[in-house]
Design a protein. Structure first.
Length: 141
């Protein structure tokens, strides 16, 4: 098992990329976006954070969050969002990617890739570069 090192900084701002399983384009419809919004709202009620920017593409999400001053655990928040989205997505009768026996053993479904990419934002310039990247990506699809 890989040893993932995350930079947890209470009160910090972070850029995230979260990808669907096998880059399936499930986020390209209103139903998926509604499920995602509901999952984020659900998570924010349990563990607050500020969504500074959110770009939803058909097969992945870019987000910039600012964490509360006393908590920097964004991994737990993404876990809650992914779980809530997956439960509601499947309850609505939507499909998932094929799942192997080993993935089922570890309670993984075929909606999200198990990990995500994050980058700690050090300053305003770094934040703007990430925002511009997300905006550029949406304009060129």
């Amino acid at each position: 098992m890989s040893d993932y090192r995350r930079c947890y900084v209470p009160g910090g701002s972070f850029f995230f990329t979260v990808v669907t399983e096998r880059r399936a384009g499930i986020l390209a419809n209103d139903r998926a976006r509604d499920c995602l919004r509901a999952a984020i709202r659900y998570c924010r009620r349990q563990l607050p954070f500020h969504v500074d920017a959110l770009v939803i593409l058909p097969d992945h999400i870019h987000a910039i969050w600012t964490m509360p001053k006393d908590d920097g655990d964004y991994s737990k928040r993404w876990g809650i969002i992914k779980k809530h989205f997956t439960q509601h997505w499947l309850a609505l009768g939507n499909a998932e990617q094929p799942v192997t026996a080993s993935r089922l053993r570890y309670r993984r479904r075929g909606i999200w890739q198990p990990r995500f990419w994050e980058h700690a934002l050090r300053d305003f310039t770094s934040s703007m570069k990430k925002c511009i990247y997300g905006r550029f990506r949406t304009k060129n699809l």
